[in-house]
Design a protein around this ligand. Structure first.
Ligand SMILES: *[C@@H]1O[C@H](CO)[C@@H](O)[C@H](O)[C@H]1NC(C)=O
Ligand SMILES: *[C@@H]1O[C@H](CO)[C@@H](O)[C@H](O)[C@H]1NC(C)=O
Ligand SMILES: *[C@@H]1O[C@H](CO)[C@@H](O)[C@H](O)[C@H]1NC(C)=O
Ligand SMILES: *[C@@H]1O[C@H](CO)[C@@H](O)[C@H](O)[C@H]1NC(C)=O
Ligand SMILES: *[C@@H]1O[C@H](CO)[C@@H](O)[C@H](O)[C@H]1NC(C)=O
Ligand SMILES: *[C@@H]1O[C@H](CO)[C@@H](O)[C@H](O)[C@H]1NC(C)=O
Ligand SMILES: [Cu+2]
Length: 218
């Protein structure tokens, strides 16, 4: 029981200051306290939005100085675990939709092409897209449920012309300064998280005490 409790507290603590939203396609939902969990804690399929079977945009708002982002897909009608985003029901491996890339703070978009994944998606396929985001305080998740259409026109104001994954659209101006400010942000967040943890549960006091003791030893 104890390891489970500790894990729950650790997850709760790391979620306290988690910061990114999936803006398009619309996220299943957003809950600060559950972001590190599968689909950000939203485990039920929501109303499916039409989305392009070919090239289509994804938009996120990043609240960290520097973050690493990637995206993956489930073709299960009701995905219930991360593993449903690795393989289809017949065991076919699902490739990553978008490999890891970095963004600065702010609104960013990139284009995905789900029909080109080579897993047999067609007009009318039901899929769930999951965005993974790490701004220095662990992996956070948001999901969106889609129906893929071969002739879908993206609303013009969501069209992605400056694709954050395309070389030349660098969103990270100076990797050295960006990395150090991200590290600084993550350090201050760790301290804040310890305080949040302390407020939530006595176990936080134990963790904080252990952390302080650790610092004293160092
Ligand atoms: C399944 O996907 C998760 C994250 O999406 C990854 O961490 C894990 O390594 C994958 N497992 C396999 C067997 O590929
Ligand atoms: C497994 O499913 C994929 C689509 O999800 C399909 O393209 C593929 O042909 C299937 N493979 C077998 C062996 O049934
Ligand atoms: C794609 O599927 C939708 C319903 O899922 C249907 O209304 C539409 O006509 C189909 N389009 C094509 C080009 O087959
Ligand atoms: C695809 O969409 C365009 C405009 O959005 C429309 O003119 C065309 O008829 C559509 N084609 C099919 C096969 O539905
Ligand atoms: C696009 O328009 C919709 C509907 O008016 C709005 O909710 C959304 O915020 C707009 N997107 C952008 C990027 O402005
Ligand atoms: C960003 O990438 C898009 C392609 O997605 C390209 O058309 C555009 O010119 C690029 N912008 C810059 C500033 O490089
Ligand atoms: Cu965060």
């Amino acid at each position: 029981m104890l390891p489970d409790l500790a894990l729950v507290i650790a997850l709760g603590a790391s979620a306290a200051l988690a910061h990114f939203t999936l803006d398009y396609p619309t996220s299943r939902g957003f809950d600060d306290n559950n972001e590190p969990q599968f689909c950000g804690g939203f485990t039920n399929v929501e109303t499916r939005q039409p989305f392009s079977l070919g090239s289509g945009p994804v938009w996120i708002d990043s609240h960290h100085t520097l973050a690493t982002v990637d995206a993956f897909l489930s073709v299960s009608v009701d995905p219930t675990s991360f593993n449903d985003f690795n393989t289809t029901s017949n065991g076919t491996t699902i490739p990553m939709v978008t490999n890891f890339f970095q963004v600065n703070e702010g609104e960013h978009c990139w284009n995905v092409n789900l029909g080109a994944l080579g897993i047999g998606l067609t007009n009318g396929s039901l899929v769930t897209l999951q965005i993974q985001y790490n701004g220095g305080d662990g992996n956070l998740y948001q999901c969106t449920d889609l129906v893929l259409l071969s002739n879908y026109t993206v609303p013009s104001n969501w069209t992605c012309t400056v694709d954050a994954t395309v070389a030349g659209n660098a969103t990270v101006s100076s990797s050295a300064s960006a990395t150090s400010s991200a590290a600084a942000a993550s350090t201050s967040k760790s301290a804040a998280m310890a305080v949040a943890d302390l407020q939530v549960d006595g176990w936080g006091l134990l963790g904080l005490a252990a952390g302080v003791a650790g610092l004293a030893v160092l």
